[in-house]
Write a protein that binds this ligand. Structure first.
Ligand SMILES: [Zn+2]
Ligand SMILES: [Zn+2]
Length: 699
């Protein structure tokens, strides 16, 4: 790959000639050893098959790779398996967009053909993201790629559902859920985004049965058709006297009670809230407390349904206009205010979310949350930095049951069956078509419910569901996982209780919640906002080692990273400095073959410095302070090795060649986890033709 002559002849290091070749040289050595006592297991956060590499991936996985290589050099057998997530809605949307160009919808194709299309897409493009991961120089075991739709993985997911069911933790319920009318599926709270949008606040007067009016404020007047009560906060002195009075619903004329409930925000509007249990999650809960009826007036398509009377069939926005017109004419409108409102939108497609009642599967969370709370409280699992423990506990202490079903086609099928005669009222859970008869109609006309799991239900099982073979099954639990903070609840928390529940053991020792990469100005990086930086562009400009240098240089465990390109230029200079230092070393060695000196004072000094630097670097790596570790390496190599020690080799010297060998070898090892390609290249040319991460670094 490279000769000593090449090094002598070239005063500049060109990463583009070597990085890919070196990566290919490493590949067989990344494989996990199946028989080993001293293991270090890392979990990858599987990227979506639809994904393409962004700075968040780069940061997360470069951190893990530095640690992986460091652990390997301490004598651990590192197990780090790559994989991807099928990313239900995201992937389905990509293929639906393709179909749209052909003038088709998924319904035109039908379920079977559509899923075929998604598989074709996945086979063609699903591997792209992992190929991009390779460009980061990651020491992953590519012989064991995992995918959340591998047969064995799907088996685990379905089995998990059945086990939960048998333990009484699964139930089916008609409940208002966040529903995307475009994706035609329910979404969890975490999949809903809020977009500040101009809207209106309508103040509507509800006549009291005994005379007079009560005014409520709403941004969605079309939902009044589903009102079943008004509510006030019991601490709201201004409105408390209204409790137990009756109002008449405008237009409809239905009698509604006024109830009191602590969940009412007395500061919103007039302090009196209209309660529409079918179309609001809070109203639903208030409705439960007061046993209010649920009247659904909006359909899954965001149209008014048969309960909307004369408005049935209208799109909700058109209905809103018509209702406001009617209310105005009949003098029920007190005033209308312009207002910026947080509009709930689908995080996948941006369509406004409707809250509609839907039959969905729920996982009871109370006891599972306790498992996760305990695991962190008694320090089985460490969440690092510790500041993330508070949001972790807060979320778990206020947990709601988890809606785990999605009404889309691409994903792991929920093993549930519905009686085609009796509908949602009659269902069975089993992997195979039930043999018994429906209790209601005494027939056996079971059909699959055509629901899939929330992808996070599946990725919650990742730490053990990826272990397919007998050998692999020994790789639980893992030692380390790292993730962005925005999936702390979506993923990390859920892996913890899933692991405790199914494996009776924590899934990992440490979850490192890494900083977020922001723009230089501190803004969110986003492709659509044009503020994103593509790591592949930087690799093309500087090479992988320099990208790694630039990212790690700016990394601190506790603060977000405002990404600046300047350190990459500094990194490129540093790589060249290293190159020339080893070039000088090579020439010196050849010209001073006869040197049999004993270690000089200068030798002793540098060896002591080296020891000190190592100790510092190791301690910082253990604390995820890779930025500080790299800066110390940089200082040591540039100032101590190059500026002082190598200078002392120019001309006559009392230094010992053996010490020089040792300093240059140990420095190379120390730099390897951070700058793997260049250090490997020099190691092959000047020392041994074996992977440098297989060599031990003495601590
Ligand atoms: Zn959507
Ligand atoms: Zn039936």
């Amino acid at each position: 790959m490279i000769t000593k002559e090449y090094i002598k002849e070239n005063t500049r290091y060109n990463p583009f000639n070597f990085e890919e070749k070196i990566y290919n040289f490493w590949l067989p050595y990344f494989r996990a050893k199946t028989k080993s006592k001293k293991k270090f297991i890392i979990l990858i956060a599987p990227p979506n098959v639809t994904g393409s590499l962004h700075m968040g991936h780069a940061l997360e996985n470069i951190i893990l790779d530095v640690i992986a290589r460091y652990k390997r050099m301490l004598g651990f057998d590192v197990i780090w398996l790559p994989g991807t997530d099928h990313a239900g809605i995201a992937t389905q949307n990509v293929v639906e967009k393709e179909l749209k160009k052909e003038g088709l919808t998924r319904f035109d194709l039908g379920k079977k053909k559509f899923i075929q299309r998604v598989w074709e897409w996945t086979k063609k493009y699903g591997g792209v993201i992992l190929e991009q991961f390779k460009k980061l120089g990651l020491s992953l075991d590519w012989s064991r790629k995992k995918f959340t739709l591998d047969k064995k993985y799907v088996d685990w997911v379905q089995k998990a559902f059945i086990v939960y069911y048998k333990k009484g933790l699964i139930y089916k319920d008609l409940r208002p859920v966040n529903f995307c009318p475009r994706c035609q599926t329910s979404l969890s709270d975490l999949e809903v985004e809020y977009k500040e949008s101009p809207g209106k606040l309508y103040f509507i007067k509800y006549p009291l049965k005994d005379g007079g009016f009560v005014t409520i404020a709403t941004t969605r007047p079309e939902t009044i058709l589903g009102d079943t009560a008004l509510a006030v906060n019991p601490k709201d002195k201004k409105n408390i006297s209204l409790v137990r009075k009756i109002v008449l619903l405008p237009i409809v004329g239905r009698e509604l009670p006024i109830v009191s409930d602590l969940k009412v925000d007395p500061n919103f509007g007039t302090g009196v809230l209209k309660i529409t249990p079918a179309h609001s999650l809070i109203d639903y809960e208030i409705g439960l407390n007061h046993k209010l009826p649920i009247i659904s007036v909006i359909s899954f398509e965001a149209k008014m349904n048969e309960n909307a009377g004369e408005f049935a069939g209208l799109d909700y926005l058109i209905c809103r206009e018509k209702i406001v017109e009617r209310l105005t004419k009949e003098n029920f409108i007190e005033k209308i205010e312009e207002k910026i409102i947080p509009l709930p939108v689908c995080s996948r497609c941006g369509t406004e979310i409707q809250v509609v009642p839907s039959y969905e599967w729920f996982l009871r969370m109370k006891n599972l949350a306790q498992l996760a709370i305990k695991a962190v409280k008694n320090k089985e699992v460490e969440i690092y930095p510790h500041k993330f423990k508070k949001p972790y506990f807060d979320w778990l202490n206020n947990i709601k049951d988890w809606c785990i079903s999605r009404k889309i086609w691409w994903g792991q099928q929920i093993p549930a069956w519905r009686c085609s005669n009796c509908g949602e009222k009659s269902w069975r859970i089993s992997l195979k078509k039930p043999k018994i008869k429906c209790k209601l109609c005494k027939q056996s006309k079971w059909e699959p419910t055509n629901e899939v799991f929330d992808t996070w239900f599946s990725s919650a099982l990742w730490p053990f569901a990826i272990l397919y073979t007998k050998e692999e099954k020994k790789w639980y639990p893992a030692n380390l996982v790292s993730s962005a903070r925005d999936i702390l609840h979506l993923w990390i928390t859920r892996m913890i209780f899933s692991g405790k529940f199914f494996m009776k053991k924590k899934p990992f020792d440490i979850a490192f919640i890494h900083p977020t990469v922001l723009t230089k100005e501190g803004k969110r990086m986003s492709k659509s906002l044009g503020t994103g930086i593509d790591p592949l562009d930087l690799i093309q400009k500087y090479g992988t080692d320099v990208l790694r240098f630039g990212i790690i240089w700016q990394l601190s465990a506790h603060q977000d990273l405002r990404f600046d390109e300047t350190p990459l230029e500094q990194g490129a200079k540093f790589l060249n400095k290293i190159w020339n230092a080893y070039r000088f070393y090579l020439l010196t060695k050849e010209s001073k073959k006869e040197n049999k000196n004993k270690p000089s004072k200068e030798d002793q000094r540098i060896l002591k410095e080296l020891q000190k630097t190592k100790k510092f670097v190791f301690s910082k790596i253990e604390k995820f302070e890779l930025g500080l570790a790299l800066k110390e390496i940089y200082r040591f190599f540039w100032q101590e090795v190059c500026d002082k020690y190598l200078e002392s080799w120019k001309g006559e010297t009392k230094n010992s060649l053996k010490s020089l060998d040792l300093v240059m070898l140990e420095s190379l090892k120390l730099m390897h986890p951070f700058l793997p390609h260049l250090t490997q290249l020099l190691y092959m040319a000047l020392f041994k033709k074996v992977p440098l991460f297989r060599e031990k670094i003495a601590s």
